[in-house]
Design a protein around this ligand. Structure first.
Ligand SMILES: NC(=O)c1ccc[n+]([C@@H]2O[C@H](COP(=O)([O-])OP(=O)(O)OC[C@H]3O[C@@H](n4cnc5c(N)ncnc54)[C@H](OP(=O)(O)O)[C@@H]3O)[C@@H](O)[C@H]2O)c1
Length: 371
C-alpha cells in the first residue's frame, strides 16, 4: 500500500508527542509536516519539544523544522498531504479543522470542538466504528470532499469501552467517579504546587463532556445515517484530578434494566472485540478490554500501558473489581442483582487521545473513507 502523506498540528504537546510515537514508521501514513505555536515556528523539533515519551525522540523527526499552524504552511511544505492529525487546543483547532476539511483533507482530531455536531463522528473504533458512515452526510451537508472525525474526551473513552459490551444487558443508569492524571490537562495544565499531596475535585467542563459524549458514543445511527440517536440511559459523572502522571481510573456504578448474571457480565467484558481486531489494524490491541480478578487491580502505575502487541501498549483498557452492588439495613445485607460496580483504567494520552485517533484513521482508510 502506498503511504498517505500526513501532517500533525500541535506536534510538540502531550498529545502531539504521542501521535509521533504512533505515526513514526506507520505502514499507512507518512508524517511530512509538524506544526506548533508561533513561539516554536522555524525551530527544529528537537529544539521545540520537551520530549517526555518513553524512548528516544526519533532522529529524523528531531531534525524536522516546525512550521506555522496554517493550511497554507502545510500545503506549501507538502502539497500531497491527505491526512491531518490534530493535537491543538480546542480554540485553535476549531478554525484549523474547518479549513483543512475544506481543503479536501481528512482530519483526525483529539480536540474537543465539534464533538456534539450531528454530522461529526466521535469514534472509538471498537465501540462505534460504524458511526464513520456519518461522513457521507457530513460531506453532503458541508459541501467538502475532506472530513472531520473526532476522538472523544479522554475520560469517557475507557468507560465507553467498558460499557459497550454491557449494553445488551440494558443500561439504565450509570454513575461515574474519575481519578484523572495530570497529563490530561496538557503540559502546562496543572502546577506541581496545586497537585502534589492533593486531589482537586473539579475539572472545568469535564463532567458535561463525559455525560454528553457517552450517550453519543453508545447511541445508534438513525435510518439514513445522518445523525446518531443518543443512548437513553442516565449518566452522571463526578470528575477529579489526582497526582498521577498518566492514566484515568474510574469507578463505575451501573444499573441495568433487569437482573444480570455476574459471570455473563464478566464474559461479555472479556470477550469484547471489534472491527480493528477483525481487520488486524496496525494499532489495534489483540484485546481492547482486559479483565482482572485481582481485587488490587487495575492500578494506574501498573496497568496504564496495557495492550499487546508492543505497538499497542496503552491501547487496552483494564477492568477489575466487577461485583454486584449491595445495600445494608439493620436486618442484613441485600445484593442488588440489577446493579454492578467496577473499576476501569485507560491511558489518557494513548487510548484517550492519539493512539485512538491513529486507530480510527486506520479504520477509516481500510473502509474507504480516506483517499
Ligand atoms: N493530554 C491529554 O490527555 C488529552 C487527551 C485527550 C484530548 N486532548 C486534547 O488534545 C489537544 C492537545 O492537548 P495537549 O494535552 O497535548 O496540550 P499541550 O500539551 O498544551 O499541547 C498543545 C499543542 O498545541 C500547540 N499550540 C498551542 N496553542 C497554539 C496556537 N495558538 N497555534 C498553534 N499551535 C498551538 C502547542 O505548541 P507549542 O508547544 O508551540 O506551545 C502544542 O504543540 C487539546 O485539544 C486537548 O483537549 C488531550
Amino acid at each position: 500500500m502506498e503511504k498517505l502523506s500526513a501532517a500533525l498540528l500541535g506536534a510538540t504537546g502531550m498529545a502531539g508527542q504521542q501521535f509521533i510515537r504512533f505515526l513514526d514508521g506507520h505502514p499507512y501514513f507518512e508524517l511530512k509536516v509538524l506544526t506548533a505555536s508561533c513561539k516554536n515556528v522555524g525551530k527544529t523539533y528537537r529544539e521545540a519539544a520537551k520530549w517526555f515519551v518513553e524512548g528516544e525522540m526519533p532522529a529524523h523527526i528531531a531534525e524536522m523544522t516546525v512550521l506555522e499552524t496554517s493550511v497554507d504552511a502545510v500545503r506549501q511544505a507538502a502539497p500531497d498531504v491527505k491526512v491531518v492529525f490534530v493535537a491543538l487546543p480546542s480554540g485553535k483547532a476549531k478554525e484549523c479543522e474547518l479549513e483543512c476539511a475544506q481543503a479536501g483533507w481528512h482530519v483526525f482530531s483529539d480536540a474537543g470542538c465539534f464533538r456534539l455536531e450531528p454530522d461529526i463522528p466521535v469514534i472509538i473504533p471498537e465501540v462505534n466504528g460504524d458511526h464513520l458512515q456519518l461522513l457521507h452526510a457530513q460531506r453532503r451537508n458541508r459541501n467538502w470532499t475532506g472530513s472531520i472525525v473526532k476522538n472523544p474526551n479522554c475520560t469517557i473513552t475507557g468507560a465507553a469501552m467498558a460499557l459497550k459490551p454491557l449494553a445488551p444487558f440494558g443500561l439504565k443508569q450509570v454513575h461515574l467517579a474519575s481519578m484523572q492524571a495530570v497529563s490530561g490537562a496538557g503540559y502546562d495544565g496543572v502546577y506541581s504546587m496545586q497537585i502534589l499531596d492533593n486531589v482537586i475535585p473539579y475539572i472545568a467542563e469535564e463532567e458535561e463532556k463525559v455525560q454528553q459524549e457517552a450517550l453519543k458514543l453508545l447511541g445508534e445511527l438513525n435510518e439514513d445515517a445522518s445523525a446518531v440517536r443518543w443512548h437513553p440511559m442516565w449518566l452522571s459523572a463526578s470528575c477529579h484530578r489526582v497526582p498521577t502522571l498518566y492514566g484515568h481510573l474510574e469507578a463505575l456504578f451501573i444499573e441495568f434494566e433487569r437482573e444480570v448474571d455476574l459471570d455473563e457480565v464478566k464474559a461479555a467484558l472479556k470477550n469484547f472485540r471489534g472491527t480493528p481486531q477483525e481487520l488486524k489494524l496496525p494499532t489495534a490491541p489483540y484485546q481492547p478490554l482486559l479483565l482482572t480478578e485481582d481485587p488490587f487491580r487495575p492500578q494506574t502505575r501498573l496497568d496504564r500501558d496495557a495492550g499487546e502487541p508492543d505497538r499497542a501498549r496503552g491501547m487496552a483498557a483494564v477492568v477489575g473489581r466487577v461485583r454486584y452492588d449491595e445495600a445494608f439495613r439493620e436486618d442484613g445485607r441485600t445484593v442488588l442483582k440489577n446493579r454492578i460496580r467496577l473499576i476501569n483504567l485507560s491511558h489518557n494520552t494513548v487510548r484517550g487521545a492519539s493512539g485512538n485517533a491513529v486507530l480510527t484513521a486506520e479504520l477509516a482508510l481500510r473502509q474507504g473513507y480516506v483517499g
